[in-house]
Each structure stands twice: as structure tokens, then as C-alpha cells.
Design a protein. Structure first.
Length: 251
């Protein structure tokens, strides 16, 4: 319960940050995701070949090692030396890619947001704003292959935000960028008709994002009570409540 209270306070505080702070910091990951998707769409055979042939870079190996060490020892125990040993590299090799532990933690945190930007990029290729919204919130739910350790590491990173200003800024900038993109899609869905135009877009988008985060944590704490089917049913119920003509409503 204490953990949930602290996480709630972090989320509430993030709403107070000026919304324009993300533009210069987070635009690049999203633009990279859009460019990668466009390239793969234009030449799918080459994309598949690249995926088959590509080996993890040293940078990726270090980030993966950092996540494992954080899972086992927590943020405090994730020293540069421990991460180097886990990655099978020297400390010098770590410093070549990340100048210090703060930079390594920052990039580790960023790696958790990158899949969100990939999801947003894919959503933008769908024909309607409503389909885009459904894709964003249904595809980001944890599935059977979602490692529990990923959520555990994510929570450990969140609890470090209060102590590390750079981590907090990266977290808040990324979340603001995601919110702005979701807001835009939501408002378009209101203009197109599927979503009730009388709804407050900001409140409803924050509700969806909070539900998404909450379901991920619930699936970690009680996996038997919250299997993927239950997570999807709850998200679909929340999405359907937004519709102007709700399923099953009397006409």
C-alpha cells in the first residue's frame, strides 16, 4: 500500500509540470520510431532480414545488464562495476557508452518508454482515431510473454525519481509527450464522432493512462486474479464508456 501511495503522489506531481517541457527532449525518440516504421513499411523484406542478422550492440547489452542488476540488487546496488561484471565487459567499456551511473540509469529509464513511442508510431498508421486509441491502450497491456521482472525494474526506477533530478525530468518529459499525443488522437476521435464530444479529453486520457499503469502493477501483484483476458476486458470496458453510442445502449 505504501508503494502505491508513493506512486500515486508521483503521478499527481507530474501533472503540475509545464506541458511544453518535453518538446526538445522527447521529440527525437518518437521521430526515430516513426522513421523506423516508415522504412520497415517501405521495405518489409529488408526489415525482416535486418532483424534476423542484427546482433545486440554493446550499448544494448549494457542496458540489459543494468536492468538485471537493478532487479537483483536495487538501484543502490547497481554500481558501474556490478553492471560491467554482469555484462561481461570492463568498467571502461561501460564508461565509453555512459559517462557515469546517472547517465546509465537515465538511458535505462528511457528504454522503458521507447516501446510506447513504437506503439504510437504504429497507431498513427491506422485509418481512424478510434482504432488508433484502441491500439495504444490494448497493445500496451502486459501479455503472457511480458516478463514480471520488467515491471519490478520499472517500479524500482520510479521510486528513485525523488532522489535523481535527471531521472525525474526524463520521466516527466516522456510522459508529457505520450499524453500530448494521446490527447490529440482522443480529440480527433471526438471530432470524428465515435467518442462523446462532451467528455473532458484531458481527464479521460489521464484516466486511461492511469488505468493502463494500474493494470500493469495489478498483474504483477496478483497474476492469477489479473490474467491478460481480465486486463483486456477492463480496458475495453473503459474504452466503450467513452463512446457516444455505447454498446448495448437502448435507442
Amino acid at each position: 500500500m505504501c508503494l502505491l501511495v508513493r506512486l500515486r503522489s508521483l503521478c499527481q506531481a507530474s501533472f503540475k509540470i509545464p506541458q511544453k517541457t518535453y518538446v526538445h527532449n522527447v521529440a527525437q525518440p518518437y521521430q526515430t520510431a516513426l522513421a523506423k516504421l516508415a522504412m520497415n513499411t517501405a521495405n518489409p523484406d529488408a526489415a525482416i532480414s535486418d532483424q534476423d542478422d542484427a546482433a545486440p550492440s554493446s550499448r544494448d547489452l549494457i542496458l540489459d545488464a543494468a536492468k538485471r542488476v537493478i532487479e537483483e540488487r536495487g538501484i543502490t546496488g547497481a554500481t558501474m562495476r556490478a553492471i560491467a561484471l554482469e555484462a561481461g565487459l570492463t568498467t571502461g567499456a561501460i564508461v565509453h557508452h555512459f559517462k557515469d551511473k546517472g547517465e546509465l540509469l537515465l538511458q535505462t529509464l528511457q528504454s522503458f518508454f521507447d516501446p510506447w513511442f513504437d506503439t504510437l508510431a504504429v497507431a498513427r498508421t491506422l485509418p481512424s482515431a478510434w482504432e488508433q486509441l484502441e491500439h495504444i491502450f490494448l497493445s500496451t497491456l502486459p501479455g503472457p510473454d511480458h516478463p514480471r521482472s520488467r515491471t519490478q525494474i520499472w517500479l524500482a526506477m520510479l521510486l528513485q525519481l525523488e532522489r535523481e533530478e535527471r531521472l525525474w525530468k526524463t520521466y516527466s518529459d516522456n510522459y508529457l509527450a505520450i499524453r500530448e499525443e494521446v490527447y490529440g488522437i482522443f480529440r480527433q476521435a471526438q471530432a470524428d464522432g465515435p467518442i462523446n464530444p462532451a467528455l473532458d479529453a484531458e481527464i479521460e486520457c489521464n484516466r486511461l493512462l492511469a488505468l493502463s499503469d494500474g493494470l500493469v502493477v495489478s498483474a504483477l501483484g496478483e497474476p492469477d486474479r489479473f490474467p491478460q483476458s481480465a486486463l483486456r476486458a477492463m480496458m475495453e470496458l473503459q474504452l466503450s464508456a467513452l463512446l457516444l453510442d455505447k454498446p448495448g445502449a437502448k435507442r
